[in-house]
Design a protein around this ligand. Structure first.
Ligand code: HEM
Length: 403
């Protein structure tokens, strides 16, 4: 057997009965070595297993996020490049173009601007809880609560009509389900791209004060093509609702399985403790569970090895967030620990643009839901909860709850 054949397949399965923990094989590899080779769709790729090394390498400009670069470790079978449509924004681009486009939408996600939205988000959360309490039980927390919150928020911010939420939620769920066929995922991406391209046309004609109208202004000024503007819209719309929705539902389930930790949140109105619980749940759950992926543009000497140009590298942030060198007793969920240096939002130039918004939304949710419904509980066995093992973003497909 060659070394390549012996390399384990990535991503690895989680252990049965441990839906909140990274795959045990990742822990084994982390203990064994800081750098290992794994197999991704028949290709041999580097895996960086430890927290400190991930932080060092993820800022290295010799790494590329461009999926068309040789060696890029394709997520699942590779989606063909979106030659005709708007694509998926700057997340798969390198600097300087990545930085140029990202700068155009940085301001609305800055802490001060996001904090100004907190009362609106609180109202959305309170209204949805009123509806839950007035409606039938059990109820699916994903559909009735976790998905509407970030969808409503990102729609308002971007200027996307919320009436279209069934359309974009359905298409992004297909796009992010790795077991869907390439054709289905490609069609879903094209549907959202076409929708945003049309919407950009409206914003060009009738601009208001939303984020997409701001991009339309740049299109008029000749700084941006309508296609690229729509691509940024696709990225923000998908990233803005899918991730946070999964953190709301999976975070709630994790807390229900750790009643001592849930009690700490339920019994406090201390914003510091609520903020710390958000960071700890982001660390502990790390929902972007298929690793940050990059192509190597130039040889890099690291830990006595040469990462060669044309090879691929993966940073599994989930196991970095469970590195005992960084987080003592890493497998314990402890909402009082200082977890702020986690890498659940990535690290380096592509670090999550929407993190202040995600944090604020999660603080409002975790700080409100369990206090208003203190007897909230699962309405099905844990084994019957459908986890998104096949999701590009981890979470649950549904979560029946009662109180
Ligand atoms: C809990 C929620 C969220 C998590 C865990 C999360 C996670 C991540 C991660 C890991 C990356 C890095 C990708 C990489 O390095 O390749 C990223 C990038 C990004 N995220 Fe988030 N995200 C969340 C919420 C949001 C929200 C609410 C938005 C708002 C629109 C957003 C917008 C983005 C954008 C635009 C990028 C690309 C940044 C770039 O390439 O420069 N995210 N996110």
């Amino acid at each position: 057997m060659t070394a390549t054949q012996q390399a384990p397949e990535y991503p690895m399965p989680r252990a049965a009965g441990c839906p909140f923990d990274p795959p045990p094989k990742l822990r084994e590899l982390q203990e064994e070595s800081p750098l290992v080779k794994v197999h991704v769709f028949g290709r041999s790729v580097w895996l960086v297993t430890r927290y400190a090394d991930q932080r060092t390498l993820m800022t290295d400009p010799r790494l590329s996020s461009d999926v068309t670069q040789p060696g890029y470790p394709s997520p699942q079978p590779q989606l063909p490049r979106d030659e005709d449509g708007p694509g998926i924004g700057f997340i798969l681009m390198d600097d300087p173009e990545h930085a140029r486009l990202r700068r155009m939408v940085t301001a609305p996600f800055m802490i001060k601007r996001v904090e100004a939205m907190r009362p609106q988000v609180q109202k959305i959360v309170d209204d949805l809880i009123d509806d839950l309490l007035a409606g039938p039980k059990p109820v699916d927390l994903v559909q009735a609560f976790a998905l509407p919150i970030p969808s409503l928020v990102i729609c308002r911010l971007l200027g996307v009509p919320y009436e279209d939420h069934d359309f974009f939620q359905l298409n992004s769920s297909i796009l992010l389900r790795t077991t869907e066929s390439i054709e289905a995922r490609n069609k879903a991406r094209g549907n959202i791209g076409g929708y945003l391209y049309e919407l950009m046309g409206d914003k060009l004609e009738n601009p208001t004060d939303d984020l997409l109208s701001g991009l339309a202004e740049r299109v008029r000024a000749g700084e941006l093509s309508r296609k690229d503007a729509a691509g940024i819209g696709v990225l923000l719309l998908i990233a803005g609702h899918e991730t946070t929705a999964n953190m709301i539902a999976l975070g709630t389930l994790a807390l229900l399985e750790h009643p001592d930790q849930l009690a700490k949140l339920r019994d406090t109105d201390d914003p510091k403790l609520i903020a710390s619980a958000v960071e700890e749940l982001l660390r502990y759950l790390n929902i972007t569970h298929n690793g940050r992926r990059r192509a190597i543009l130039e040889d890099i000497e690291f830990e006595g090895q040469i990462l060669k140009a044309g090879e691929g590298v993966i940073f599994p942030n989930d196991i970095a967030n469970r590195d005992p060198e960084m987080f003592p007793e890493p497998d314990t969920l402890d909402v009082t620990r200082d977890a702020r240096r986690h890498v659940a939002f990535g690290f380096g130039v592509h670090q999550c643009l929407g993190q202040p918004l995600a944090r604020m939304e999660l603080q409002v949710v975790y700080g409100t839901l369990y206090r208003r419904i203190p007897t909230l509980r699962r309405a099905v066995e844990l084994d019957d909860v459908p986890f998104k093992h096949d999701g590009a973003v981890y979470g649950v497909y549904s979560l029946p709850v009662t109180w």
